[in-house]
Design a protein around this ligand. Structure first.
Ligand code: SAH
Length: 369
């Protein structure tokens, strides 16, 4: 049993079951034993591989997307170039290398990173320093906004899926929050709260399903993150781009998942030793964006978005420059854009101020509630 599991079981034994959000927070962010806090989980030897780790093309294209958006905004200087949850720093390093065609962009960009993990902050610092990039680190989006002025561009890949969700289940007595408690032999087990959730939550949940037994998820941190970014962009100008796996519309269903050594395991099996995520509800992102005063665009599928911003041409150029790498580049292209691979499940939503259409999107593609 992990040390974190001991701690969680003690806490439940003393004070009763905890919400799934509190459980997720502990599993991912516990200062000593949290999944992201103690290690680098990415890559072939890690538990999962993300788009920037699959191919340099991903970060490069997002960098060129940011340059296009910045130029369309009138090339404001200086401006904040934020990344939420930068992992190993690969995306940002690739983005800025691709952006180096625009000296003005590089000169004006103040790189601001939101990262909770000291281990990953160190990895990011090493990676970026090797490319001569200076950055500042923050715990939250709010902290960036408090410490910077000017236009705000933000990019996040597989960040929202790591934010803590709440789950609810419809019972004969109405909706009840799902909790993590202790089952037989003291093992961690799902249970239900005896009390109903607040009225506003019941109102939202009742639009999801009326089937007894249905499970629905809600992630206040996703809405809050989108709203904060949107408020900054509405006031200061800029854009945000969220890339993640998830669904276009709020719906009933259970998507909490745990991944260890590239295999799915039970979310309760090894707290702190498996990556714990949930699918992102892009309707919730859109609602947060609208509440913050921005227009949400998309979501487009990742395959469609990357095609529109030129991944095929980028792949051809890489192959022309280095024909030996053709098989790897072709495989990465298929992995990032193929419908049966990441191309369809992963989605891309952009947030823009009123009247601005983000690069890669069209006027008619604003999200309709
Ligand atoms: N964007 C990277 C990493 C994705 S994993 C990539 O695509 O490879 C999620 C990242 O978000 C990690 O860097 C993790 O430490 C960070 N993270 C997760 N939850 C966070 C939170 N609540 N606050 C700050 N950073 C967080």
């Amino acid at each position: 049993m992990s040390e974190l599991e001991d701690l969680i079981r003690d806490r439940i034994a003393e004070r009763g079951p905890i919400t799934i959000a509190a459980y997720m927070q502990a599993c991912l962010g516990h200062p000593s034993f949290g999944y992201y806090m103690k290690q680098d989980p990415f890559g072939a030897e890690g538990d999962f591989t993300t788009a920037p780790e699959i191919s340099q093309m991903f970060g490069e294209l997002l960098g060129l997307w940011a340059v296009a958006g910045w130029q369309a905004a009138g090339s404001p200087a200086p401006f904040a170039l934020a990344e939420l949850g930068p992992g190993r720093g690969t995306l940002m390093a690739d983005a800025l290398r691709a952006a180096s065609g625009s000296h003005a962009f590089l000169k004006a960009a103040q790189v601001q990173l939101v990262e909770m993990s000291p281990a990953l902050r160190a990895a990011q610092e090493t990676k970026l320093a090797a490319s001569g990039i200076e950055a500042q680190w923050h715990d939250t989006v709010e902290a960036i906004l408090a410490q910077s002025e000017g236009t705000f561009f933000a990019i996040a890949n597989e960040f929202l899926d790591a934010l803590p969700i709440h789950q609810f289940q419809l019972t004969e007595a109405g909706w009840r929050e799902r909790l993590v408690g202790l089952g037989e032999g003291g093992a961690l087990a799902f249970t239900l709260s005896g009390d109903p959730p607040p009225d506003f939550a019941v109102q939202i949940l009742s639009t999801r399903s009326d089937q007894i037994g249905a499970i629905a998820e809600f992630c206040p941190a996703v809405v809050g993150t989108a709203q904060q970014c949107a408020r900054a962009i509405a006031e200061r100008g800029g854009l945000a781009l969220f890339v993640d796996y998830g669904h276009e519309r709020s719906a009933a269903g259970e998507t909490l998942q745990a991944l260890r050594d590239h295999e799915y395991v039970s979310p309760l099996a090894s707290p702190g030793d498996a990556d714990l995520t949930a699918h992102v509800d892009f309707e919730a992102v859109a609602r947060g964006a609208l509440a913050g005063g921005c227009i949400p665009f998309g979501p487009l599928t990742q395959g469609e978005f990357l095609s529109r911003i030129g991944i095929q041409q980028r792949a051809e150029r890489l192959i022309a420059a280095n024909p030996d790498h053709a098989p790897e580049v072709t495989e990465a292209l298929d992995r990032l854009t193929g419908e049966a691979r990441m191309g369809k499940l992963f989605k891309v939503m952009a947030l823009a101020p009123q009247g601005v259409i983000p690069p890669g999107f069209e006027a008619g593609e604003a999200f309709q509630l």
